[in-house]
Design a protein around this ligand. Structure first.
Ligand SMILES: NC(=O)C1=CN([C@@H]2O[C@H](COP(=O)(O)OP(=O)(O)OC[C@H]3O[C@@H](n4cnc5c(N)ncnc54)[C@H](OP(=O)(O)O)[C@@H]3O)[C@@H](O)[C@H]2O)C=CC1
Ligand SMILES: O=C(CO)COP(=O)(O)O
Length: 329
């Protein structure tokens, strides 16, 4: 079906950008995907495959790879799909290429270090002429690229815009729910990554399925407390972008955050694999923001302490279990 968002730009040619490009193409859109590496983009154009970040997935015919940011200038909406800490740089570069009023959808899951800004706040700062939105929810790139059923949330302060974008990008296998709770959606994605590292540690240490379930439930209590303190709506936190993504990421080694936790749990050391694990970059800023508002987040604090080398996994587990008994709610 024709859409006022017929031409979709994707800024960022990693696993998620590539999967979203194919999803948008499946929805009937014409897609331009931009990546910073000219050689890699030329290979992607010729091979019709992103061999670096999403090997084995054929690019849909209506997806055009490019290494020129200017190729995004004719797009009706742009999805910004680089890591959270690179979102500002790319948004600022986009500024001179996008006509004022172009919807710019943040797809990263994190909080900017140094500024403590959420993703749409970074967009508003770095590319003020665009209209910011956020897309988040339980969705592995490989699943979306393979056309497996997936549901996510797209939020904008203008509910009509969120709905129109969700309609433009959605297909039978990629369902987008719309929302105007921007803050709630971006908090869920950023927070669950830190908790997924904790879930991986629990599994890697062999602490058992009961401990894993307790971690998800108590982790969700932390996510909810943090969300409420920073203006999220409770019903968003129990939805796809909050609880939904927490469950996915805390239960599958397909998650890079969970996989990082698994390796820490197994041998006690933090050895970055080279794969992006946003939770490792968000833990410190999340904990600082929670402490500034006196929000209790013992699991996130434990992850941060282990990652920074201030305590061992054994010490972190010991201090969590030694916490005084308290009411559940
Ligand atoms: N993978 C997934 O299943 C999902 C990921 N996300 C989120 O999407 C975001 C991106 O993740 P994902 O695509 O998986 O990560 P990848 O590691 O697969 O890809 C990251 C991409 O960002 C590019 N990049 C990094 N820094 C810059 C920069 N400064 N300027 C321009 N481009 C840059 C990289 O380019 P280069 O190759 O040149 O280094 C690469 O193309 C993360 O926040 C993640 O949490 C959300 C949902 C699902
Ligand atoms: O956000 C994701 C799934 O919703 C992807 O998780 P990882 O970044 O941990 O791989």
């Amino acid at each position: 079906m024709p859409s006022r968002f017929q031409r979709i730009g994707i800024a960022g040619a990693g696993a998620w950008g590539t999967a979203l490009a194919n999803a948008a193409a499946r929805a009937g859109r014409d897609v331009v995907i931009w990546g910073r590496d000219a050689g890699a983009m030329e290979t992607m154009r010729r091979a019709r495959e992103n061999r670096v970040h999403l090997r084995g997935v054929t690019l849909a015919p209506s997806v055009s790879p490019s290494s020129s940011l200017h190729s995004l200038s004719g797009c009706d909406a742009v999805l910004l799909v680089v890591p959270a800490q690179a979102t500002r740089t790319v948004a600022a570069e986009l500024r001179s290429h996008l006509p004022p009023g172009t919807p710019l959808v943040a797809c990263a899951k994190g909080i900017e270090r140094g500024t403590t800004l959420f993703m749409t706040q970074v967009l508003a700062d770095a590319c003020p002429s665009a209209v910011p939105a956020i897309l988040s929810g339980p969705s592995f790139a490989a699943d979306v690229a393979a056309g497996l059923p997936t549901a996510v949330t797209l939020a904008s302060q203008e509910l009509d815009l969120a709905e129109a974008l969700a309609t433009a990008l959605g297909s039978a296998s990629f369902r987008l729910y719309h929302s105007d709770d921007v803050r709630g959606v971006e908090i869920g994605g950023a927070t669950k990554n830190v908790l997924a590292i904790a879930a991986g540690i629990v599994a890697g240490r062999g602490l058992g399925a009961s401990a894993g379930a307790a971690l998800i439930a108590r982790g969700f209590a932390e996510l909810t407390r943090f969300g409420r303190a920073f203006g999220a709506r409770p019903e968003t936190l129990t939805g796809l972008s909050g609880l939904g993504d927490l469950i996915l990421t805390c239960s599958s080694p397909q998650s890079r955050n969970y996989a990082l936790g698994l390796s820490i749990g197994k041998d006690g050391g933090f050895h970055p694999s080279g794969k992006l694990a946003e939770g490792a970059l968000t833990a410190n800023v999340l904990v600082a923001m929670a402490e500034a508002k006196a929000v209790e987040m013992p699991l996130a604090q434990a992850v941060e302490a282990v990652l920074s080398g201030r305590c061992t996994v054994e010490e972190a587990i010991g201090s969590l279990l030694a916490r005084p008994q308290k009411a559940e709610l």
